[in-house]
Every structure is written in structure tokens, then in C-alpha cells.
Design a binder for this molecule. Structure first.
Ligand code: FES
Ligand code: FES
Length: 847
């Protein structure tokens, strides 16, 4: 028997075990999160005798007799201070990291009530926040320090469009009372686990589950033979097996072979070890080159070339021949890991009438429902998907990862089953950013005006298609950059291999293309005798000019304004790198792209119903502001319900920087309908007002003279400079955001994107050995608070389009210009042309 002093109360444990597991699973203290389980993310932080410690590395026995504190044990005054400070600073995004950070902040402030920024950065160095880039978290801790010493905050922010309203969910996220899926526990719940093979490609000969089934705590063991419905799923191509069975091949190390449900996590793991799989390992195809080689085995029935993209505008051959300056380079970018802080989790609950409810933390409850229903062999109406808090996604939670497996187990056992991936499993399973090879020829005339672009792009989409065909298309459509290019010839190929699948990842193929486009542009500038700023100014898209794919830039295009906004900074830092970017808002390309919102007046409040997932970007706050502005309501009269296929209309996936624009406009329309009644909420009790917004677009290759491939584009220019030691010292980022519904939230999202872009440029890698990921969370190369340079964000707002008050998407663009701007800064320092990521020959990475 062990005795614990936790938050001033005494608890007893009958056996020794991991402290994090004990606190979460046995005491229900879920403010501590399991982000990595290996001591490197800080999400499980607990104070032990006042010092910040990692619960995942401690045992119950190891802390016996010590004083433990979690955020639940903070005084009410301290709770209030941290909630106000984090809310006011805009330091809240997905929130998964926050309770841990609050505890490290408390430990710091107890020792040092007025810390410097440097001291704050050192105190939180053990924490990873993948969303915020740490800037606003540092500011929040500084603010908390002032509030503890009696400082005050300005009077409450206004709630309309353009106000920096604190996140509506700030309290739940800062104090850890909000529920992510793995925080849920229901009566009779079982734990799921998944068996995978230790290699990337193998022929499964047989699976013997008898020993696992006889384990006393096991309720079900499933293999491919037990599948009741669709055996494969996928957004674009149904190529991803739910379970790989005897006689079939696994195609990557994340493929599932068997599922187990047991009464504890430990028993589920034990049962997995009892399953005997006979398999023959086969040589994996680990690169597009090998997969396309003559005689290579076909990984899928249609062969290894999954899709091809072709873009042809103008006579590129003639334009190149006429050009005065021509540059050709071959670029290579690696796969990268999303590293969202919350590993994937789903809880499936069978209902008495045969329906199944699945709680998820994904990017679209309706897409989840479509996939799960098909796999369960049920009509969609028999499956309900409820969205819980999402601890970051960045594109990595679009595909099914755990939802379908949890649902299958729940259906088989007729009991609730929760399935949560360990960090290692998360790294193995979900799709990554595409590794690409890009050969780019860029040309200009004597004055530096772009004349033509020719590109060949080969993308490794790994074992399954996921969203790869669309990612390749975005890489190809953006490789001309945000410039007027008269002649374009682009060919892209998407290739299956035995590497982990690649799919959506913030930027969706554009960061890879931008490295090539912007680096080539700098080389042309040198040949033409122009500065890097001048060549961009000379070629920048402006209203009325045609982009590389034929879409005419609309009146809201403000790329030149972003160039002007950074000009002084660029000139003030000799040797700075500069890069521009554009990124579409919405999926576009002729696909259905719309959103629906209902506002129901309930208990005197306007309740906003939409399935749009908040993955940390702050959608509930944005929708609150839009409804407040449109219907002239105070924020306390508005609430936003969680996504739920039984309650909320389909708003499409949270992807392609689309939700503020699409769902924001749908919310505006619903609020307008409410406002037009002229009645009070009390008089409207029980009424519902609907708003819908769709934006038709044209597919790539449309024969229209002026096609519209996307509803809107955002633009940006970044300047990056180095210090004397060659480390990145500063980033100034000017962004054309159309209209900032919540300026502080936009800034925070952009800061987070910039830091993710710095990681992509400098430190992040995803090494594979025979197709099997080698990284642990600690070795992914994620930047920490002490690595962050000074970041200044400049918001440019000029969009006259009234749709959603002129707002454009900002979710993805911030990470796009960073790598080429950093590469340019290093080249201006040492003259070395760097054609691959992460960059080498820097203080961050020698080789
Ligand atoms: Fe303990 Fe990540 S879960 S440090
Ligand atoms: Fe820090 Fe998402 S807010 S990880």
C-alpha cells in the first residue's frame, strides 16, 4: 500500500505503477495529459514538492511521502489568474499542453515572482507546444506574474469582428477540465489495442488468436475474417485495409493485423503478445525511384504510379528559349511528422437500439461517420460521431486511425471500447508530410520579369493514397509561386511505396513547392542584377494579374502590401532572406466546398450548431464574434455546440484553411436571419435559423478563359535574419489575411505556423529504415521555447469582399515562406546553395 499527498488530500494505491497512469486512470485526474509517455513533451507535468516533474517518468512508490500538485489543487485565485492571463495573451490554441505549462509557470513564479523573458523560456523548455510557437505562452506567464503582484487587466474586450476576444473555452483548456477523448471513461468500458508487424512489407500467412482469446480479461479479438462491412477505406481511393488478413500483404509498418479489447490497458497489451502471426517479410519499396523501376512489384492492383498532374499554359519551350536568364535546380524535401500533442483516441459506445456512438478528436465528424458506417456494415444513420476537444491536428487527423477499430471492437463486444494510441503508435500510423523531389526551371527576361516555369515533381505517397492526389495537385499549382508567370509546364507524379502513407499536412504540398520556387527566384535576381525584394515586387500578383494556373487575382490580393510591410526590415538586416507565398482557402478545384450552420435559440441563448471541428484554431470564438457582430448580441448570449452528427449540420472538413471563411460566412448568414426578425432572444425561444455558404470552383484543366480554382487566396512575405553565430535571430512576417476576425488569435496562429516552418527548415526530420520510422517524440527535432527567435507578425487587411467580413484562411500559410527565407539567409551568409531540407551546414544541423 502506498500513500500519496495530492492536492492536499491523501490517496492510497494498492500497487506500484506509473504515476501518470495512476493519476489518470485510477484517480481520474485528467488535467495531466499523456502526450509522449517518454518524458519529452511536458504535458504530464506535476509539481513534486514544488518542482516541475514528468509524471510519465515517475512511479507511485517514487513519490510516496512527497507533496504533489496538479492544476486541480491550485487556489481559486491562482486558477483565475492563469485563466485570465492565458486568455488575455491569446496563448490558448488546442490546449493539450496548457495544464502542464501552467504548473511549470507556477513553479517558476513561486521561486521568481518577476521573471525575465529569458527566464520564462528556460522554465518552459521542457514543454512542447506545437500550436503557439511559445510566443504568447511566454507573454501569458509574464502577465500572470504581474497579476500575482496585484496588476490588473484592461476592461473586458469587445466581442465583435476585429476584437481580440479571449478564447471562449479558455477556462476548460487552461485548467484541464475540458475533455479530450482519452479523458473520457464510461461504465463498463474496455480498452482496445492493435497488433502491427515490425516491418514495412510482409505477406501474412496465418494469424492464431486462440491464446489471446483465452486471456481472462479479453472480451474480443478480431482479425480480417471478422469484418462485417467494407474491408478498405480511403478519401480518394479505397485502398487502405481495415485489417490485413492471411494471404494479404502489409504495405507499411502501421498496418493493422488484429484488434483486441480487454478490461485494462495492461491486459490488452498482454493479449497482443499472445497472438501468433506467421508472415514472410518482403523487400520494401522505399523510394518512388524503386517503386517505378521496371520489374518492381505492384503494391496495388493499379500499379505504383497513383496519379499524375499536368499543367500547361502558354508555350513554355518557346518562352524558355527566349528568356535571358534561366535557372534549373533539383530540390528534395523529407517526410515530416505532425507531432500534434494529443495522440489519436476514440471511444465507441454501442447503443441499445444497435446504433454506435463514436467520440473522436478528428477533423470531420461526418467524414468519420461515412468511413465508420461503411466498415461496420451499417447505414450512416446508425452511426453517431461526436467531436471532442482536439489536441492539435495540422492535417494528421483527417484519415481514420483509431475510430473504425474502436467501433468494430465495441460492436463485437457490445460494450464501450476506448482505443488510444501510444506516441510510438501515433508516429507509426498516421500519414506524414509528403517527401518530394522537385526539378524546377525558372526563367526571366533581362529586366527580371518571369517568363516561364517548368517543373517535374515526384511525391512519395507511401503505402496508401490518403489525400495524396490533392496534395500533389496543390504542390503543382503553387510551384509558380504568387507571381504572374505567362508560361507554365508542370508534371507531377504520385507514387506508392512501402513508406508510411503521406497525406494532409499544414501547407498541403505548398511548402515543398515554395522552397524550389523562391530559391530559384533568388538565383534569377542575382543574374538579373536585382535585389531579392525587387524581383518579388516586379513579379508579384496584384489584382487583375493572372497566376500560374490561370486564375485572375481578385481585388483583395494584397501580396504587394505584404512586401511593402517588410521592406524596411529587409533593408535593415543586410544578409536577410526573404520569401513570399500564397495559399488557397478552401478545397476548391471543382470539388463540393460548402458549410452549414444553424442557430437555435435555447434557454435564452443563441446556440451555434455546426460540425466544423476546432482543432485549436479557435473556431468557437470566431463564430461567437461573427454572431455577436451580426445579430448585435453580447458574447454571454452566444454559445457554440460541439460537433455531433446527430445535432449539428455538415460543415465539411477542417482542412485547407477553410473554416473561418466557409463556416464563418454560414454563421453570418444564420445570424443575419436571426437579426432580421427584429425580435429578442426571449421572444425567439425554440426558433432555429439556418445559414449555408458554398463556393463553386473550377477543376484544374478547366477550359474556361478565367477559371476560379479556389474561393480565395492568402498571401505573405517573410524576412528572416541570422545572428553572428548563424542562428536565426528574427522573423518578420507580413500576412494578407483579408480581415482578422480576432487579431490576437490570427497572430498566434501565424506565430505557431512560423515556428513549425522553422522546424521544417532547420531541425525536423523523419528517418526511415527499410520504411520503418526510427524517430521517437524526443528525436523529431521539434523546436523548444529557448530556440525561438524574435517573431513579429504584421497583419494586412484590405479585402473588399464582404464574404465573412473579408476574412481569408490563415491556418496553413505561415509555415510556407519560412524554409526558403531561412535557406536564403544562410546562402547570403556563406554562399552555399541548399537544395534539401532540413538545411545542413547550420548551427542547428551540421550535416
Ligand atoms: Fe510525460 Fe510527455 S507525457 S513528458
Ligand atoms: Fe500547445 Fe496545442 S496549444 S500544443
Amino acid at each position: 500500500m502506498y500513500t500519496l499527498d495530492l492536492n492536499g488530500r491523501v490517496y492510497r494505491a494498492t500497487e506500484d505503477m506509473n504515476l501518470l497512469e495512476f493519476l489518470r486512470d485510477y484517480l481520474g485526474i485528467t488535467s495531466l495529459k499523456n502526450g509522449c509517455g517518454e518524458g519529452s513533451c511536458g504535458a504530464c507535468t506535476v509539481l513534486v514538492d514544488g518542482a516541475s516533474r514528468r509524471a510519465c517518468l515517475l512511479t507511485v512508490a517514487g513519490v510516496e511521502g512527497r507533496r504533489l500538485l496538479t492544476v486541480e489543487g491550485l487556489s481559486e485565485r491562482e486558477k483565475d489568474i492563469f485563466v485570465r492571463a492565458f486568455g488575455e495573451a491569446g496563448a490558448v490554441q488546442c490546449g493539450f499542453c496548457l495544464p502542464g505549462l501552467v504548473l511549470s509557470a507556477k513553479a517558476l513564479l513561486d521561486q521568481n515572482p518577476a521573471p525575465s523573458v529569458r527566464e520564462i523560456r528556460r522554465a518552459i523548455r521542457g514543454h512542447i507546444c506545437r500550436c503557439t510557437g511559445y510566443v504568447k505562452i511566454e507573454q501569458a506567464i509574464g502577465l500572470a506574474s504581474r497579476l500575482r503582484s496585484g496588476g490588473t487587466l484592461p476592461a473586458g474586450a469587445a466581442a465583435g469582428v476585429g476584437a481580440s476576444l479571449p478564447r471562449v473555452e479558455v477556462r476548460d483548456k487552461v485548467l484541464g477540465t475540458g475533455r479530450y477523448v482519452d479523458d473520457l471513461r464510461v461504465e463498463g468500458m474496455l480498452y482496445g489495442a492493435v497488433l502491427r508487424l515490425p516491418c514495412a512489407r510482409a505477406l501474412v500467412r496465418s494469424i492464431d488468436t486462440a491464446a489471446a482469446r483465452s486471456h481472462p480479461e479479453v472480451a474480443a479479438v478480431l482479425t480480417a475474417a471478422d469484418l462485417p462491412g467494407a474491408r478498405r477505406w480511403g478519401f480518394i481511393v479505397k485502398d487502405w485495409p481495415v485489417l490485413v488478413g492471411p494471404g494479404e500483404e502489409t504495405r507499411y509498418a502501421g498496418d493493422a493485423v488484429a484488434l483486441v479489447a480487454a478490461s485494462s490497458r495492461r491486459a490488452a497489451r498482454e493479449a497482443l503478445a499472445l497472438i501468433r502471426v506467421v508472415y514472410a517479410e518482403r523487400p520494401p519499396l522505399t523510394s518512388p525511384e524503386r517503386a517505378l523501376a521496371v520489374g518492381a512489384p505492384a503494391l496495388h492492383p493499379g500499379g505504383n504510379l497513383l496519379s499524375t498532374v499536368r499543367i500547361n499554359r502558354g508555350d513554355t519551350t518557346a518562352a524558355l528559349a527566349r528568356s535571358v536568364h534561366v535557372v534549373t535546380n533539383r530540390y528534395r524535401t523529407p517526410p515530416t511528422e505532425h507531432a500534434f500533442l494529443e495522440p489519436e483516441s476514440a471511444l465507441a459506445v454501442p447503443e441499445a437500439d444497435g446504433r454506435v456512438t463514436v467520440h473522436t478528436g478528428s477533423q470531420s465528424v461526418y467524414e468519420d461517420r461515412r468511413g465508420i458506417a461503411a466498415i461496420l456494415g451499417l447505414p450512416e444513420a446508425m452511426v453517431r460521431v461526436v467531436g471532442r476537444l482536439v489536441g492539435g491536428a495540422f492535417g494528421g487527423k483527417e484519415d481514420l486511425s483509431v475510430q473504425h477499430h474502436a467501433a468494430l471492437l465495441a460492436q463485437a463486444c457490445d460494450r464501450p471500447v476506448k482505443l488510444t494510441l501510444t506516441r510510438r503508435e501515433s508516429i507509426l500510423v498516421h500519414p506524414k508530410r509528403h517527401a518530394m523531389e522537385l526539378e524546377l526551371t525558372s526563367a526571366c527576361d533581362a529586366a527580371g520579369r518571369l517568363t516561364a516555369v517548368r517543373a517535374r515533381v515526384v511525391a512519395d505517397t507511401g503505402a496508401y493514397a490518403s489525400l495524396g492526389p490533392a496534395v500533389l495537385e496543390r504542390a503543382c499549382t503553387h510551384i509558380g509561386g504568387p507571381y504572374h508567370v505567362p508560361a507554365v509546364d508542370v508534371t507531377g507524379q504520385l507514387v506508392y511505396t512501402n513508406n508510411p502513407p503521406a497525406g494532409a499536412f499544414r501547407g498541403f504540398g505548398v511548402p515543398q513547392a515554395a522552397l524550389a520556387c523562391e530559391t530559384n527566384l533568388d538565383l534569377l535576381a542575382e543574374k538579373a542584377g536585382l535585389s531579392p525584394w525587387d524581383i518579388r515586387w516586379k513579379n508579384a500578383l496584384e489584382p487583375g494579374l493572372t497566376g500560374a494556373c490561370g486564375q485572375v487575382a481578385d481585388a483583395g490580393t494584397a501580396l504587394k502590401e505584404t512586401l511593402l510591410a517588410v521592406r524596411e526590415t529587409f533593408e535593415a538586416h543586410p544578409g536577410a532572406g526573404i520569401a513570399c507565398a500564397m495559399k488557397n482557402t478552401g478545397v476548391g478545384a471543382g470539388l463540393p466546398d460548402g458549410s452549414r450552420v444553424e442557430i437555435r435559440v435555447e434557454n435564452g441563448k443563441a446556440v451555434v450548431l455546426t460540425s466544423a471541428a476546432c482543432v485549436g484554431q479557435g473556431l468557437a470564438t470566431v463564430l461567437t464574434q461573427i454572431v455577436c457582430q451580426t445579430a448585435q448580441l453580447p458574447p454571454e448570449a452566444v454559445s457554440v455546440a460541439a460537433p455531433d452528427t446527430a445535432q449539428t449540420p455538415d460543415a465539411g472538413t477542417t482542412t485547407a484553411s477553410r473554416q473561418t471563411f466557409f463556416t464563418g460566412e454560414a454563421a453570418r448568414r444564420a445570424a443575419l436571419a436571426l437579426a432580421r426578425t427584429g425580435a429578442s432572444l426571449a421572444d425567439l425561444e425554440g426558433s432555429t435559423f439556418a445559414g449555408e455558404y458554398c463556393h463553386p470552383t473550377d477543376p484544374l484543366g478547366s477550359s474556361k478563359a478565367a477559371p476560379v480554382h479556389h474561393a480565395a487566396y492568402g498571401y505573405a512575405t517573410h524576412v528572416v535574419w541570422l545572428d553572428a553565430a548563424g542562428r536565426v535571430a528574427g522573423v518578420t512576417a507580413a500576412h494578407d489575411v483579408g480581415r482578422a476576425v480576432n487579431p490576437r488569435a490570427v497572430e498566434g496562429q501565424l506565430e505557431g505556423g512560423i515556428v513549425m516552418g522553422l522546424g521544417y527548415a532547420l531541425t525536423e526530420d523523419f528517418p526511415l529504415a527499410d520504411g520503418v520510422p526510427q524517430a521517437r517524440f524526443a528525436t523529431l527535432g521539434l523546436l523548444r521555447s529557448t530556440d525561438i527567435p524574435d517573431i513579429k507578425v504584421i497583419l494586412v487587411e484590405k479585402n473588399p469582399d464582404p464574404t465573412c467580413f473579408g476574412a481569408k484562411g490563415v491556418g496553413e500559410i505561415a509555415g510556407i515562406p519560412v524554409a526558403p527565407a531561412v535557406a536564403a539567409a544562410y546562402r547570403r551568409r556563406d554562399g552555399k546553395l541548399r537544395l534539401s531540407l532540413p538545411l545542413t551546414g547550420t548551427p542547428y544541423r551540421r550535416s
